[in-house]
Design a protein around this ligand. Structure first.
Ligand code: KMH
Ligand code: ZN
Length: 272
């Protein structure tokens, strides 16, 4: 049994800073969050950035500065989101790789996303995947629904293994429009993954805890953070990403699979 890989998804593209003051939106806030989350047990940071007005942006200059600053202040694996916001175009999402992160997210299909649609047609997935291979950026395959798992099999079958050679997936559960966030669904999804793939899971909103317990029980890894959860307990808002990481690390410790260090996570995910 390995330790537990903990990813913090600190900001996301959806929450509104005016309503969620604890959300890290400036580079200073993100860096401070990253440092605290690393101390609490995170090994990977999944990054969305915001502009001067705290709106989601994929500005490549800002992304480059973010990658450099996170590297200068932490040992965390920097995973940039190529999902962006539902309003972002495909070209801007491909250009995220110009910021040369260690890793990036790669969502394996379109999904209804609340009242919106998170669009990931096959042509885009294929192009992004080949770009990650060309640039040596390690993709994490984001799976919001079972059809996305079928597309992952197709992608690997047609284009071969990812940069680094290791397949790591993230089950994003409980999105309104995607697969539900419960133990039975998690087990069924894990059984369908490619042979040799490793996986993390996250449950959005109130599915956070059931998914976290199910993932630990099934031998998987954890993603937590304010991108996915803004409520720590009923009626109690999250005060910062670090408390979500601390809780995940505590549960991982109880499961006798303590949090991996960033160096251990790099070796595990085959990230140089
Ligand atoms: N913000 C969502 C529309 C990713 O980061 O790759 C997409 C998302 C997935 O967050
Ligand atoms: Zn994201």
């Amino acid at each position: 049994m390995t330790g537990t890989l903990i990813t913090v998804a600190a900001t996301g593209a959806e929450a509104d800073k005016a309503r969620v003051p604890a959300l890290p939106v400036t580079l200073d806030e993100l860096t401070e969050t990253a440092v605290r989350c690393e101390q609490a047990g995170a090994a990977v940071i999944h990054v969305h950035i915001r502009d001067y007005y705290a709106r989601p942006t994929l500005d490549v200059g800002r992304l480059k500065e973010t990658v450099a600053t996170l590297r200068a202040n932490t040992d965390l694996i920097v995973q940039l989101s190529t999902g962006g916001a539902v309003t972002d175009g495909f070209d801007a999402r491909l250009a995220v790789l110009d910021a040369a992160p260690d890793a990036c997210s790669l969502t394996c299909g379109t999904v209804n996303f609340g009242d919106d649609v998170f669009a990931n047609p096959w042509a885009f997935i294929r192009e992004l995947y080949q770009l990650t291979q060309d640039r040596g950026v390690i993709p994490e395959f984001e799976l919001f629904d079972f059809g996305h798992i079928a597309t992952l099999h197709r992608l690997l079958g047609e284009f071969g293994p990812p940069a680094g050679g290791h397949v790591h997936c993230d089950l994003v559960m409980g999105v309104p429009g995607g697969m539900p966030g419960d133990a039975a669904t998690l087990v069924a999804a894990v059984q369908s993954l490619p042979d040799g793939a490793t996986w993390s899971a996250t449950g959005i909103g109130r599915t956070t805890l059931p998914v976290m317990f199910a993932a630990l029980a099934a031998g998987g890894h954890l993603r937590v953070g304010m991108e996915d959860t803004l409520t720590f307990a009923k009626g109690r808002p999250v005060t910062g990403n670090e408390e979500l990481v601390e809780r995940a690390a505590r549960l991982a410790e109880i499961a006798q699979r303590p949090a991996m260090t960033p160096a251990e996570a790099r070796a595990y995910l085959c990230i140089p």
